[in-house]
Write a protein that binds this ligand. Structure first.
Ligand SMILES: Cc1cc2nc3c(=O)[nH]c(=O)nc-3n(C[C@H](O)[C@H](O)[C@H](O)COP(=O)(O)OP(=O)(O)OC[C@H]3O[C@@H](n4cnc5c(N)ncnc54)[C@H](O)[C@@H]3O)c2cc1C
Length: 506
C-alpha cells in the first residue's frame, strides 16, 4: 500500500467548492474551525456557478407542513421524511442566511418577465399529488444588486459565497487539487484525505471531519450507463463533475442512494462542445418526433426538469431507445423569431461566454439548427422515412387547425400548423444534475450499508442529494445551502480525533 506524507493539517476538510462546499466551509469556520477547501478544477464554482439558482418556497409560511408532506410524497418512499422536514426547516432559514452574507432573496415571477417560459417551469411540478391540493408555491432567487450584479442567479449566489469565504482567514482554498481517497483510522473514523496537486499525492489531515460536497456524475460515461440510461444523456453544467464522490464513498464503505435520479431538460450538444445547450421553444408552431417520425408527448407541457426523461424512455417492443435521437421540428416563427437556447445559465453561457444569436442565425449557419425547404429535405436531414414525416406533420397540422390535439391533449393556444421551411434540431436529454451518491442522514452524516454513520464523515448538496425518484423543480440549490450548513456545523462541533493510525500514512 502506498504511503503518503502529511502536507496540511486542519479541523475540517471540505471536498469540492460549489455552493454546498462554500456554505459548509463558511459555517464550519464561523464555528471556529480551521477549514481546508479542496477543489479539483483550476477555478472553483461547480454546477452552482452556472445554475439559475431558483428556489421554490411555500408562499405562506403556514403551509410549511403541507409543503413537507408534498415533497415527501414526491420522493415516493426513497427519502425518510425527517430529511425532508430538515430541508424545509433549513429552507425557511435560508433568507436570513443570505442576508447575513450581504444578499437578499426576491420572488421571481417568470410569467411576468418571460411568458414564453410557461412551456418550461410550472411552480408545482406534481400538482396531481394529494398534498399539492391548495398548496401555493413561489420561486425565489437572489436579487440582482450592485454587489451581486451577475445576470445568472447561480453566479450571483456563488460569488456572494466566494467573497465571504475569501474574507474568512481560517479557510484555506486549494484549487487544481483533486481528492482521490478518504482516509480512515483503525477505529473507522474519517481522519483526512489523499489529495493530488500537479501530479503529487499527499495527505491532508482533518482533526474533526471530512465533508463531501463534490457534486454528481453528469460527466462520467460509465456511471451514467450503469445507473441512468445509455451515454446519450448529456449535461449542461460543470464538466468536472465526474462522479468522484461516488467512488470515494464506495471506497470507505458508504451506502449509495438515489443513483438513478436526475433532473434533465431537452437540449443539443454540438460536436466539439463538452456541455450542451438547454432548449426552450417559445412559440406554438413546433413538435418533437422520435427516430420513427412519431410524436410522443404533449410538447407544450413538458416540465423542464423531467423533460429529458421523456426522450430517454426505452421502447421494449422494438428493444431500442426509439427517441434517441429525437428531432425538434418547428416553423419559421420559432426558427428565426426567438433564441432557441436558454441564455441565462449553463456552462457554455457562464464559463465559455457563448452568446446565442437573437434570431438563431449564427446557430443555423453552424448547422446546429438545420433548414429543410420541403418534406424530402426534412427526410434527408433526419434520416426518417418521408411518408412517416408527412403522416405526422399532416396529422398535427390538421389538429392544430381544428384547435384540438386528440393525440396528446396539447392546449389549443399552443397549437399552430407547421409549414415549410422547417427548422430542425437533433435533440437529446440534457441533464442539469444527477442526485445519486453517499446516503446521508438528517445530520448530514454519511451512512454505511447498515444505516450507521461513518464517524466524522459528512456529505451535502448534489453528492448524494436527498431528492430520489422524481424531482420537484428548484429544490437542488436550496439543498446545497441547507445541508452545507448542517454539515459544516456538525463537523466543526465534533471533538478532535486523537488517533491518526492508518497504514496509508508515514
Ligand atoms: C444549468 C443549470 C441550472 C440549474 N438551475 C437550478 C435552479 O434554478 N434551481 C435549483 O434548485 N437547482 C438548479 N440546478 C442544480 C443545482 O445548481 C446543483 O444541483 C447545485 O448547484 C449543486 O451544488 P453542489 O455544491 O452540490 O455541487 P457543485 O456546485 O457541482 O460543486 C461540486 C464541486 O466539486 C468539485 N469536485 C468534483 N470532484 C472533486 C474531487 N475529487 N476533489 C475536489 N473537488 C471535486 C467540482 O469541480 C465542483 O466544483 C441547475 C444546474 C445546472 C447545471
Amino acid at each position: 500500500m502506498p504511503q503518503y506524507q502529511t502536507k496540511v493539517e486542519t479541523d475540517v476538510i471540505v471536498i469540492g467548492y460549489g455552493a454546498a462546499g462554500g456554505t459548509c466551509a463558511l459555517t464550519a469556520a464561523r464555528h471556529g474551525a480551521g477549514v481546508l477547501l479542496l477543489e479539483k478544477a483550476p477555478e472553483p464554482g461547480g454546477n452552482s456557478l452556472v445554475s439559475s439558482a431558483m428556489m421554490i418556497y411555500p408562499k405562506q409560511v403556514e403551509q410549511k407542513e403541507q409543503f413537507v408532506e408534498y415533497l415527501h410524497q414526491v420522493t415516493h418512499g426513497t427519502t425518510p421524511r425527517v430529511l425532508v422536514q430538515t430541508f424545509v426547516d433549513g429552507l425557511l432559514q435560508n433568507p436570513q442566511w443570505f442576508q447575513d452574507l450581504g444578499g437578499e432573496l426576491e420572488v421571481y415571477d417568470y410569467k411576468l418577465s418571460d411568458p414564453s417560459l410557461s412551456y418550461y417551469i410550472p411552480d408545482k411540478t406534481f400538482s396531481q399529488l394529494p398534498a399539492a391540493r391548495n398548496l401555493n408555491l413561489e420561486l425565489r432567487r437572489l436579487k440582482q444588486t450592485d454587489s451581486v450584479p451577475e445576470r445568472t442567479g447561480g453566479a450571483r449566489v456563488w460569488n456572494l459565497i466566494n467573497r465571504n469565504v475569501r474574507a474568512q482567514d481560517n479557510i484555506e482554498v486549494m484549487t487544481g487539487t483533486a481528492v482521490v481517497e478518504i482516509v480512515k483510522n483503525d477505529l473507522g473514523q474519517a481522519i483526512g484525505v489523499i489529495a493530488e496537486h500537479a501530479g503529487e499525492r499527499f495527505f491532508c489531515k482533518a482533526r474533526k471531519g471530512v465533508v463531501m460536497t463534490c457534486g454528481g456524475f453528469e460527466y462520467d460515461p460509465e456511471l451514467k450507463t450503469q445507473y441512468l440510461r445509455p451515454q446519450e444523456i448529456q449535461a449542461s453544467g460543470w464538466p468536472h463533475n465526474t462522479g468522484d464522490g461516488v467512488r470515494l464513498a464506495q471506497k470507505v464503505g458508504a451506502q449509495l442512494w438515489h443513483m438513478d435520479a436526475e433532473a434533465s431538460a431537452i437540449g443539443i450538444r454540438p460536436e466539439g462542445w463538452e456541455a450542451g445547450f438547454v432548449l426552450t421553444v417559445r412559440r406554438p408552431g413546433f413538435i418533437y418526433v422520435d427516430s420513427d417520425g412519431d410524436r410522443f408527448v404533449n410538447e407544450a407541457r413538458l416540465e423542464a426538469h423531467n423533460a429529458g426523461a421523456s426522450i430517454g424512455e426505452f421502447n421494449l417492443p422494438t428493444y431500442k431507445f426509439s427517441r434517441l435521437p429525437s428531432f425538434l421540428i418547428m416553423d419559421e416563427e420559432n426558427g428565426r423569431g426567438a433564441p432557441l437556447a436558454m441564455d441565462i445559465f449553463s456552462y457554455n453561457v457562464v464559463v465559455k461566454g457563448y452568446k446565442w444569436s437573437a434570431d438563431n442565425s449564427a446557430e443555423i449557419a453552424k448547422g446546429w439548427i438545420m433548414v429543410a425547404h420541403d418534406m424530402a429535405e426534412l427526410s434527408r436531414i433526419t434520416g426518417i422515412e418521408q411518408s412517416a414525416l408527412a403522416n405526422t406533420l399532416g396529422g398535427y397540422n390538421a389538429q392544430a387547425r381544428a384547435g384540438v390535439d386528440r393525440a396528446f391533449g396539447r392546449p389549443p393556444e399552443t397549437l399552430k400548423p407547421i409549414d415549410p421551411p422547417y427548422y430542425v434540431a437533433k435533440i437529446l436529454p440534457l441533464m442539469y444534475n444527477t442526485q445519486g451518491g453517499p446516503r446521508r442522514d438528517e445530520h448530514a452524516r454519511v451512512l454505511d450499508p447498515d444505516g450507521k454513520p461513518i464517524p466524522h464523515l459528512f456529505a451535502a448538496g448534489e453528492c448524494g442529494s436527498i431528492w430520489g425518484f422524481k424531482y420537484q423543480t428548484s429544490t437542488n440549490f436550496s439543498e446545497t445551502i441547507v445541508y452545507g450548513r448542517i454539515a459544516g456545523t456538525n463537523a466543526a462541533n465534533l471533538p478532535a480525533i486523537e488517533n491518526f493510525n492508518s497504514p496509508q500514512l508515514r
